[in-house]
Design a protein around this ligand. Structure first.
Ligand SMILES: CC(C)(COP(=O)(O)OP(=O)(O)OC[C@H]1O[C@@H](n2cnc3c(N)ncnc32)[C@H](O)[C@@H]1O)[C@@H](O)C(=O)NCCC(=O)NCCS
Ligand SMILES: Nc1ncnc2c1ncn2[C@@H]1O[C@H](COP(=O)(O)OP(=O)(O)OP(=O)(O)O)[C@@H](O)[C@H]1O
Length: 195
């Protein structure tokens, strides 16, 4: 069984993923794959620099992630341009990693913010949504990543809203409370889907 875990930026997906790993479930993280695909030498890395310009490389040759992040959340057309390069490359690595894990485990989790936007939800047996108020997402982004309220708000607005995601979800974890409340919902959910 392949379970998709999704939700907006800083909604709490990685926190839920950690709770699931603690219960012994393997999790593949789309952000991890994206980082891998953007390592120097990878074709997607070369293509990003060709499209965005050499100023997006840091002095050591690695990609300037903070700069690219600011660029894609400021300009929608730049975001589409990055998505066009990244999403096919992410999809290739996703399929390979998930296939390998599914050969060894009865349940595998795929954690991706853009699960619905990219259509990847269609490959999942079950979709779990981590739901969070936008104001809370913005607070968590500022606390975790720093930056301005405007930048945090732009990142939230670059994605589907929680309300738009709800119809795609089989289960929803409401994450506006504390970590204990989230853990309780995760435990309850696991009781329903893993026997
Ligand atoms: C722009 C990049 C370099 C910024 O890196 P940074 O280390 O600052 O952030 P990180 O990788 O941890 O991403 C944080 C979150 O930003 C959001 N996000 C990232 N890319 C996008 C995008 N293209 N559109 C909307 N939201 C996005 C997601 O919620 C993600 O979880 C990086 O996010 C990236 O490579 N993005 C493109 C790949 C992608 O679409 N990733 C999401 C996979 S579902
Ligand atoms: N219930 C909670 N109480 C307190 N802090 C929380 C809670 N849920 C998440 N957080 C914190 O909010 C931040 C965002 O959570 P997390 O990294 O799990 O989100 P995410 O959805 O994986 O984000 P991204 O899409 O950016 O990868 C983290 O610093 C996390 O520790």
């Amino acid at each position: 069984m392949l379970i998709g875990l999704t939700g907006g930026i800083a909604s709490g997906k990685s926190t839920v993923a950690t709770m699931l790993r603690q219960k012994g479930l393997p999790v593949v993280d789309a952000d991890d794959i994206a980082q891998n695909v953007l390592k120097p030498g990878h074709p997607a890395y070369e293509e990003v620099l060709r499209n965005f310009g050499p100023e997006f490389a840091a002095e050591d040759g690695t990609l300037d992630r903070a700069r690219l992040r600011q660029e894609i959340f400021s300009f929608p057309e730049r975001r589409y341009q990055l998505n066009t390069i990244m999403h096919p490359a992410i999809a290739r690595e996703r399929k390979q990693r998930l296939q390998e894990l599914l050969a060894q485990h009865p349940v595998v989790i795929y954690d991706a913010a853009l699960l619905i936007e990219t259509g990847t939800y269609q490959e999942m047996d079950i979709v779990i949504l981590v739901a969070c108020e936008p104001s809370e997402q913005i607070n968590r982004i500022i606390e975790r990543d720093g930056g301005t309220r405007e930048a945090a708000s732009a990142a939230v607005n670059a994605q589907l809203s929680t309300q738009q995601r709800r119809p795609f979800a089989h289960f929803v974890l409401e994450n506006n409370g504390d970590l204990a409340a989230l853990q309780e919902q995760v435990n309850e959910l696991l009781g329903k889907i893993v026997h």
